[in-house]
Design a binder for this molecule. Sequence first.
Ligand code: HEM
Length: 264
Amino acid sequence: MKSSILFAALSSIASVTAYPQYLETRQAWTPQEWIAPGDGDSRGPCPGLNTLANHGYLPRNGKGINLSKLADAMLAGFNIARSDAVILYSQAIRTSPNYPLASSFDLSDLGTHGILEHDISLSRSDAYFADPNPFNATVWAETASHFTTPMITVEQVAKARMGRLATSKATNPEHELSALADGFSWGECASFFEIMADGTTGTVNKTFIEYWFRNERMPTEIGWKRRSTTMPSSERLKYTRLLEEAAGVSGILRRDAYGRPLFH
Ligand code: HEM
């Protein structure tokens, strides 16, 4: 009897050693501690990167983010491929005041209007009306009015984004949306389905999105799990295409989800 228990124990240790992923999938993933940003911490208009800093995957002060810190954080926190971080870093670095000599950026650099930060955000004000960096409850209420079912769909996000475009055009005398911002904003919308869901369904739980945007925190306490498969860049492009098709604007864009030129 004792020897059979010993044998069972030894064989389970052996299988874990041989297949480290076995251990990983059996243990629930929990995020690093969430701590609200303090005075002097740098935060910007991106709920994704602010969340990674609030959980300590990025430096908690939001400063001095180089490529290796960014790629490690996106992979560890959201299971996003390093190749995706490489492309986004090449855009992020352009917002640093030290560009083209910069080798890192701060989260607040991303909020400089007209480089990456743009009008028509889902949860931030147009820069003409107010600081475009913090979450804005009025703007978010307009966006969320399109999320009419417990599971948000690609069509709903496309409508919400086109609704923000229409509002900005109608009310902002300085409304502007560069080709880069146009493509980039679809890429931001795509992250709903890739990061707050697992990229397979084209739907996402509304409560996860609400919690994430309002708190800049991973919604694990209400049941969200980090996706178990690594998100490749091809998936961001796929969801961008689906969103554009749902909005009836596919084929019009001159930039992809990373702001890179497209040639038709
Ligand atoms: C280096 C990587 C990244 C860069 C440079 C970046 C940059 C930005 C910038 C500049 C904005 C503001 C655009 C605007 O609304 O004016 C933004 C918004 C956004 N980002 Fe990121 N981001 C990055 C990574 C991520 C990640 C990992 C996620 C998801 C987990 C994410 C999700 C979003 C979403 C959903 C928005 C839209 C916010 C809104 O419209 O209110 N981003 N990002």
